[in-house]
Design a protein around this ligand. Sequence first.
Ligand SMILES: [Zn+2]
Length: 460
Amino acid sequence: MTVDTTIAGGTLVTPDRMFEASLAIDGEKIVAVGDEETLPEADERIDAEGKLVMPGMVDPHVHIDEVPENRGGTYEAETAAAALGGVTTIIDFAFQGGDRRIADESKDLLDGIEHKKTKGNDGYVDFSVHGVLFRETPETFEEIEPAIDAGVTSFKMFMSTYEVGVSNGFIGEAFEHIAAHDAVAALHTEDPSVCEALTARLKREGKGDPIHYPDSRPDYAEAIGAATALRLAEETGVKYYGVHTSCRKAAEVIESFSDGGERIRAETCVHYTALDRSVHERLGNFPLIAPPIRTQDDIDAMFEYIHNGTLSVVSTDHSVYHREYKEVENWWDSPFGAQSLQRSLPVFHTEAVVERDLSYPTLVRLMSANPAETFGMPQKGSLDPGTDADVILFDPEGTETIDASTNASNSEFTIYDGYEAVGTVEKTFVRGALVADDGELVADPGHGEFLERELPEWSA
Ligand SMILES: [Zn+2]
């Protein structure tokens, strides 16, 4: 038998270990792992000497093209950023009735999923969506089962001041329905009225400089939100996933409800492990995101809670905004969100592995295997034969000073401007096809496919 490709001579990193081995790819699958001499003949041999061979990263928190007129990025550009950054699978969001700000009242969640699937046709990497529930009507609960049948097995709600925010009562009832289907509930947790009151006060005081922005959404507002959501999760028995944990106080609350991952799980994002609020002094509104970027103690806390297992996934919360929306005088006129898919692996590698001695298998668990398992994608996040050949070659000693000039994203700035990253992505394969090679895209847009996800089994 002859296979398409072997990746030979490198060091494989799996969720459990690192070892010298070679890997064979045929069609869309990994077909063998072992000493090169034991592998089948290949049409192409890729030399991975000195490189790490890892499963592609799986980012379960990505927003693409959520707002009208392509102002939220396009699938082609944002998944190009993903591919260049070694991210081979993303989970985006589908809203009831269409896009976030133009939901059609005559349409439902299934229409929103179809709408996003159409947009995703232009992508380079595989994608799924979380279903966003924001209409506080009993009919919403009837939209859960058809979404699961369509391969969407997780549902997100916002406890927030946003236009898609929902009440605690609705969240509790939705949790019951999601639990009855054994699906996953994902929550944005910041107490809305605390954030509203503090925002109003900062406006009254004229504190429009973005250095004040983090004070409008403090750590305790996030902890209050997490406590409320987790109490509701515990009462209903739902599988709960806390998104974008940013601070020590919220992580403490999550830990207090933790059960080893059988029903309670949570993520943090790369920026909460790498940046503190002083970034606003340099970059103004660009890093304005919610929850805000916080303090050095909160960065340290993210690693403490990664180490004890409370935080089991590291994502980006990639969101796309053009400069013009961010270059406004007062922070309250700026949208929240920033893109980072292209830089998430190099930056987290620098912070976690280079600076703090986190192991490579742990990095692979946090950014690839755990999100794949948490969200029902057994074919992803693995180098086992039989799984999808989503594979990256990573140079652990490559360096790059990050600046926006190499952004593939539609967004023209980066929150990591000037960051000295260690570790570069050299090649990205998505289902056996080489998509990005040495900083260039080498496949056509449209290679990415929609993934129908399973209902995940969570075991501790
Ligand atoms: Zn988000």
